[in-house]
Design a protein around this ligand. Structure first.
Ligand SMILES: [Zn+2]
Length: 94
């Protein structure tokens, strides 16, 4: 079976993590690929998945998630993941 479904929440979180990490308040946090992956994975573990199989489905989910209230709690979970990864980074020590 061809995999033709995606977790729309994953796309939302990946974008939000990139945007947040560009912000001035996160400049001191490690931006390596390993840390970014860990932040996304940790956030996704605490957020509900929203699997979709069509572009229309994906658009619908994006619209549902793109309200002030939803953005607020999603950002909150991501921010705690950023802090957790910042405190206990899993990347190779230089
Ligand atoms: Zn790192």
């Amino acid at each position: 079976m061809e995999k033709d479904y995606v977790n729309a929440m994953e796309e939302v979180v990946t974008t939000l993590v990139k945007v947040l990490m560009l912000g001035p308040e996160y400049q001191t946090f490690c931006q390596c690929q390993k840390c970014l992956n860990d932040i996304v994975a940790l956030s996704l573990n605490t957020l509900p998945s929203h699997y979709v199989t069509t572009d229309e489905g994906r658009k619908r989910v994006f619209e549902q998630l793109n309200t002030n209230e939803n953005r607020k709690w999603i950002n909150k979970r991501i921010i705690s993941a950023i802090h957790l990864v910042g405190k206990y980074p899993q990347h190779q020590k230089k």
